[in-house]
Design a protein around this ligand. Structure first.
Ligand SMILES: *Cc1c(COP(=O)(O)O)cnc(C)c1O
Length: 234
């Protein structure tokens, strides 16, 4: 009980912060909170679901699968925010509502082919490697690479291109964060100017959500500020 109350309290604090920040930016749209539940048990997700949270994000395919099975009675909106390997794409195509990490044509093609016909098109974001980090996934932060992948996605009827996603470089100062997030904002504008209709800018985590929102984030992915410190088993 105490653990549940603490979880709900932290979640409410994040919601309040988001609302404050939304007011500061003057944005009419509420910012979507994706609660990133990786490494935390399904019961924590259920607790927040019953408190009113609907969007949850997971990184690892096996963990995603297990939790979607356990929680299949709850109409949760599931976001895959981790890298999707081709040989594990089917489970994502069958169970996710959003995939934020499209960074190559092959994975888009597979998700399209594997998306069950009775489900609506899968919402996808193109992942941008915004600080050109060697160890990170995502396409290069230039409009040619983005237009090429966006064009491919637009030809796949079982996918719906919603926007762009990034993870800012760890250890960036506020000025560096702002540069990265403003570049994302600019890329999304270019996408829309080119005739794609993309409304989602998925950026901002527990440590940088304020800056991300100031730069136009529409979806923030918040883990530790809600669930607490993660302990990795692997
Ligand atoms: C883990 C993770 C998050 C959440 O990070 P926190 O710092 O715990 O808020 C967001 N996005 C991605 C892609 C992640 O892997």
């Amino acid at each position: 009980m105490q653990k549940e109350n603490r979880l709900i309290k932290h979640w409410q604090q994040v919601l309040q912060k988001l609302e404050q920040m939304r007011k500061q930016t003057g944005s009419p749209q509420p910012i979507q909170l994706i609660a990133v539940s990786k490494t935390f048990p399904a019961e924590d997700i259920a607790t927040l679901y019953y408190a009113g949270q609907r969007n949850f994000g997971e990184n690892y395919i096996q963990e995603f699968k297990d939790k979607t099975v356990i929680l299949s009675d709850l109409p949760i909106i599931w976001h895959m925010i981790g890298h999707v390997q081709s040989n594990k794409s089917r489970i994502v195509a069958e169970r996710a509502h959003w995939v934020h990490t499209i960074d190559r044509e092959k994975i888009a093609q597979r998700l399209h082919e594997q998306r069950p016909p009775h489900l609506p098109a899968l919402n996808v974001c193109i992942e941008i490697n915004i600080a050109a980090e060697e160890n990170k996934h995502g396409i290069a932060a230039n409009s040619d690479a983005m237009f090429a992948l966006a064009t491919k996605i637009s030809h796949l009827s079982r996918l719906k291109l919603r926007g762009l996603m990034c993870v800012a470089k760890a250890g960036s100062c506020d000025t560096e964060l702002r540069e990265q997030f403003m570049q994302m904002h600019s890329l999304l504008q270019q996408l829309n100017q080119a005739g794609f209709s993309a409304d989602a800018l998925s950026m901002g985590m527990s440590g940088d959500m304020g800056t991300a929102i100031a730069c136009g984030a529409t979806h923030v992915r918040i883990g530790s500020a809600i669930f607490g410190h993660r302990q990795y088993i692997k």
